[in-house]
Design a protein around this ligand. Structure first.
Ligand code: MD3
Ligand code: FE
Length: 217
């Protein structure tokens, strides 16, 4: 009797897990929006295809990237920067879709960062074997603004270190639909992604896509 009643009530309390001070994992938060997100993603990559960029040191990244928003993160032999223009097309990056913005703003508010106004969304594509080595995100103007990440497709082992490169990273499995908000002290923590394991995801196929929403300027 009561079981039926409980099942009829939607869960208004999303799962919320603290990974560190300021880092909040919202498991499955983006799942209800997956079809809208994928449709918007298709339009972005038609105009700004994924490309594997080069680091200033001359290494080609295994992760392929693109951007949407008024600023996009780029790397080449001259360094890392945010640029309003896609260097491959010479055109502005595609606009940030309103669904993307809404999801990022809601998730940020859920984690205690109401008023987050992202101007950049970096889109990372991992195929099996692709990885991201430990780094800090320091190319943004305002470290008081969090970064919101949305994981889609194959799950990945996320490596979450500390304020120093030598801090031993903890490992977290990030799955399709998971959102993490990285603010406060964790905003400048070292982090990376272990080589992606092979697999097939029902909606996304043989890849992982990660969206990171940032306030770049
Ligand atoms: C923790 N991307 O694009 S997202 C990146 O899965 C990046 O593609 C990874 O690191 C990915 O820079 C991780 C999670 C993430 C993003 C930014 C952070 C974690 C963070 C900034 C500070 C601390
Ligand atoms: Fe990063």
């Amino acid at each position: 009797m009561t079981a039926d009643l409980f099942e009829a009530v939607p869960d208004v309390h999303p799962s919320r897990e603290a990974m560190a001070e300021g880092a909040v994992l919202l498991r499955g938060y983006a799942k209800p929006f997956e079809n809208e997100v994928v449709a918007a993603l298709r339009e972005i990559i038609a105009r700004a295809p994924f490309r594997r960029m080069f680091t200033p040191g001359g290494h080609q990244m295994s992760v392929a990237m693109t951007n949407c928003g008024t600023a996009g993160w780029v790397t080449d032999r001259s360094g890392y920067r945010y640029d309003g223009i896609d260097p491959d097309s010479g055109q502005p990056w595609p606009e940030m879709p309103s669904t993307f913005r809404a999801i990022a703003e809601q998730a940020a508010a859920e984690a205690g960062f109401a008023g987050f106004t992202p101007d950049a969304c970096l889109i990372n594509r991992y195929v099996p074997g692709a990885r991201m080595s430990l780094h800090q995100d320091q190319d943004e103007q305002d470290f008081a603004a969090p970064i919101v990440s949305v994981s889609l497709g194959l799950s990945a082992i996320f490596l979450f270190g500390g304020p120093k490169r030598a801090d031993k990273p903890k490992r977290y499995r990030l799955e399709h639909g998971d959102i993490v908000v990285w603010g406060g002290p964790s905003r400048l923590f070292f982090h990376g992604v272990a080589p992606l394991a092979d697999g097939e995801h029902a909606l996304m196929g043989r890849q992982r896509i990660n969206l990171t929403f940032r306030k770049a300027r």
